[in-house]
Structures are given as structure tokens and as C-alpha cells.
Design a protein. Structure first.
Length: 214
């Protein structure tokens, strides 16, 4: 088995220390940093994402796989910078104003990062203006809003309207998600995309970045 395949398999099992060692080994073998990222780390997260979508693994397995990926990335990042490798795009994610839940938001963030996308995590209880500021200050094209409560989901409409007021609505793609959210609600507030799970969200974000902003 090649080192890149070993990285992928160790990541899927959540073996963070081994992933770190294997990334160093791959670099020592002269494998290019972008290749290690794409064929080792991201390949492993793709498998985890597909299994999560099919209910073959669950949140704990995703969390430990993401931790293993972060361990590998800690070794790889300086080499990626030297090679000129850049993320395929940037997204901002946050739980909307009035809502303090973050497990779903964190899971989506990890899945998006697992697609080779840089994510700015705005945290929880995020007012609409902070999403707009993220676009203005961080060069972001994807906005991801999370809500777990029916009492806070209305804040997602405020995010859409905040971008409209600033004349920026056509510059960004707005994703929304969370337990009470539906496709019809997404359409009713003028957001762009709703997905029912974290893995699907990551797939959709990557597709939009490639098709609209690459």
C-alpha cells in the first residue's frame, strides 16, 4: 500500500498521530504537498463524507476523522504555502443571532474544510451585519447560516436582506441549514441553497465555488 493510501485509511479511522507521521513520511519520500493533500487527506475525508451521508458512520467518527486531518494539515500547511497551493475558495459560517447551538455548525465547517475550502467560523449568536462584514473583509463568496430553533430561523431572512441593503446580494451565495429548515423556507426568504446534512452541504459548497467563483 502506498503512503497516500495509508494516510487516507488512517484518517478514516481517526488515527491522528499516525496521520501526522505518515504526512511527514510522504514529504520525506518527495511526494508533493498538493498531492498529499488531495490524494491523502482530502481523499480520506471524501470517504468519511460519503459514509456519513449514507448513515454508515456518525458524528463521533466524523469528529475524530476531522481531528486527524487537522493533525496532518499542521505538518502540511507550510509546504502547501511554499508550493503556491491555495484553497479552492473561502466560506464564512455562523449560527444566527439569538441561537447558541454550534454542534451542527461545527460539523458542516469540518466537512467543508475537508473539501479543501478555507472556512471563517464566525461562531454563534451572529448578527446579520457580521456576515456582511465577513464578505467585505475576508474575500468570501459563500455564506453559511445555521439555526436549530424555530424562534431564530427568521434571522436567516435578515441576513439575506442585509446583503440586499448593501447591494451585495448578487455577489454571494447563501446557504442555510438546521433542524427546522426546509427547501421551501429557503426559497421563501430568498436564500440560495438548503441541504439536509453536513456532507451534502460540503458537496454543494464545493460545486458552487468551482462553477461560480473559480
Amino acid at each position: 500500500m502506498g503512503t497516500l493510501m495509508e494516510i487516507s485509511e488512517a484518517l478514516q479511522k481517526g488515527r491522528a498521530k499516525i496521520v501526522k507521521e505518515l504526512v511527514s513520511k510522504a514529504l520525506d519520500e518527495g511526494i508533493a504537498a498538493p498531492q498529499i493533500l488531495n490524494e491523502g487527506l482530502l481523499a480520506g475525508m471524501d470517504v468519511i463524507g460519503a459514509k456519513f451521508k449514507n448513515n454508515e458512520v456518525y458524528v463521533p467518527e466524523v469528529l475524530i476523522a476531522a481531528r486527524a486531518m487537522n493533525n496532518g494539515m499542521a505538518i502540511l500547511k507550510p509546504h502547501l504555502a511554499e508550493s503556491g497551493q491555495k484553497p479552492i475558495g473561502k466560506a464564512a459560517i455562523g449560527t444566527v443571532k439569538g441561537d447558541l447551538h454550534d454542534i451542527g455548525k461545527n460539523l458542516v465547517r469540518m466537512m467543508i474544510e475537508g473539501k479543501g475550502i478555507e472556512v471563517v467560523d464566525l461562531g454563534v449568536d451572529v448578527p446579520a451585519e457580521k456576515f456582511v462584514d465577513a464578505y467585505k473583509n475576508d474575500g468570501i463568496h459563500i455564506i453559511c447560516c445555521s439555526a436549530l430553533l424555530t424562534t431564530t430561523m427568521g434571522e436567516m431572512k435578515n441576513v439575506v436582506e442585509a446583503f440586499e441593503r448593501e447591494g451585495l446580494r448578487d455577489k454571494v451565495t447563501i446557504f442555510i441549514g438546521g433542524a427546522p429548515i426546509t427547501t421551501s423556507y429557503c426559497q421563501s426568504i430568498g436564500a440560495d441553497h438548503y441541504t439536509s446534512d453536513a456532507a451534502s452541504a460540503a458537496d454543494a459548497v464545493k460545486q458552487v465555488l468551482i462553477e461560480k467563483y473559480a
